[in-house]
Design a protein. Structure first.
Length: 211
């Protein structure tokens, strides 16, 4: 699908903010993926989850490389598998929600929207997902936690996105699958939609004139 921008009518909304995991793509490295990794590689799930929660925020904030994160998570001791094998497994959990990608492309083209990603993700996973699923074909800029060193629900990440977009909160529509993040963005005056599925989000967007 072509994502060429084409303004057909003036709109009070100029900008679309999007989460990635749970909206455009599956979550990259969530508890389900970690459970699958434990089963695949014979790891202790409770231990891996504890180590993950102690250090993952640092990785998502761009203050730790994936290699260092994996050292803390898995490779603090000898393993019968390689870092490359484990990393490829992590990356393989990412799948597209093609209907949502197509919808966002259509909205960009039909309404002349600028599109920004506002997400919590580590650098290597972010770059892999951008490249593999062609997100930069329709996303104008990426406000990822690993790039700006703030994580949702910190208000600063939304303020950075607004500054870069040069948009007022009331000009922005934001889609996120996490209700807390939606509520925090709403508190800043951003029109936010709690994404729970393609059809409900498509309807919610149409109800505000984005169809």
């Amino acid at each position: 699908m072509s994502c060429e921008r084409k303004i057909v009518s003036p709109s009070s909304f100029t900008t679309l903010f999007l989460d990635v995991g749970g909206v455009l793509l599956t979550n990259g490295w969530d508890r389900h993926a970690r459970s699958e990794a434990c089963a695949t590689f014979g790891l202790d799930k409770d231990e891996l989850d504890e180590r993950h929660h102690l250090t993952f925020d640092t990785y998502e904030e761009g203050k730790l490389s994936l290699d260092d994160y994996l050292t803390r998570l898995v490779f603090y001791t000898e393993r019968p598998f390689s870092r490359e094998d484990f990393t490829q497994f992590m990356f393989s959990r990412s799948k597209p929600f093609q209907e949502m990608i197509d919808l966002c492309c259509s909205l960009k083209a039909a309404h002349g929207l600028q599109v920004a990603v506002v997400s919590n993700e580590g650098r290597e996973l972010t770059e892999y997902r951008i490249r593999t699923f062609g997100l930069n074909n329709f996303v104008d800029f990426f406000i990822s936690s690993c790039f700006v060193h703030f994580r949702k629900p910190d208000h600063d990440i939304y303020k950075i996105a607004l500054d870069i977009a040069q948009a007022r909160p009331e000009q922005v529509v934001y889609l996120d699958d996490r209700e807390m993040f939606v509520q925090e963005a709403q508190g800043l005056g951003i029109h936010s939609i709690h994404h729970t599925g393609y059809e409900s989000t498509r309807k919610a967007l149409a109800d505000i004139g984005l169809s």
